[in-house]
Design a protein around this ligand. Structure first.
Ligand SMILES: [Zn+2]
Length: 136
C-alpha cells in the first residue's frame, strides 16, 4: 500500500512558510537561520510589550506623584483620565467590598467607579497585610 501525504500533513516553516522537507515530524523551521530569526522576532516583540507596559506604569506613577505634591488626595475619574492616567496599569490591585485598592509601585489609593481617594505613599500592596485603612 502506498501511503499518500494529506495536505494537513504538510509542515511549513513558522518563519518563512516554506514546506519543511525531511527531519523530525515535529520540526518547526526549514533551517537554523529561520529558527533564529523567528526566536529573535519573538524576543523583540516581548521586549517591546514589556517596555510599553513599563512606560505606562511610569507615566501613571508620575501623575500620582504630581497629585501628591499638589496635596490632591481625591480626584474624580474624568479629571484623572484627562491628565493621561490609565487605570488599567497598576502594580497592585485588591477588591475590598465595592471599592478597589490599587497601587502603582509605592503609591496607593482607593478606587470607586467615579473617583480615586485616599491617595498616599504606602508601600507595596501585599496579600498579607490587613485591609486598607484598618489596623490589625
Ligand atoms: Zn524557513
Amino acid at each position: 500500500m502506498i501511503r499518500t501525504r494529506k495536505d494537513e500533513d504538510v509542515r511549513r516553516c513558522l518563519n518563512c512558510g516554506k514546506v519543511i522537507v525531511g527531519g523530525r515530524p515535529d520540526k518547526l523551521f526549514c533551517c537554523a537561520r529561520c529558527k533564529n530569526a523567528w526566536h529573535n522576532a519573538r524576543l523583540r516583540f516581548q521586549k517591546n510589550q514589556r517596555d510599553r507596559v513599563i512606560a505606562r506604569l511610569l507615566k501613571n506613577h508620575e501623575i500620582l506623584t504630581t497629585l501628591l505634591q499638589l496635596r490632591m488626595y481625591s480626584v474624580d475619574f474624568p479629571d484623572l483620565i484627562e491628565m493621561g492616567y490609565n487605570p488599567d496599569y497598576v502594580t497592585g490591585y485588591r477588591k475590598q467590598g465595592r471599592k478597589s485598592v490599587c497601587s502603582c509601585f509605592e503609591i496607593r489609593y482607593v478606587q470607586t467607579p467615579s473617583r480615586i481617594s485616599g491617595l498616599r505613599k504606602g508601600g507595596i500592596l501585599s496579600e498579607e497585610e490587613p485591609p486598607y485603612g484598618k489596623k490589625k
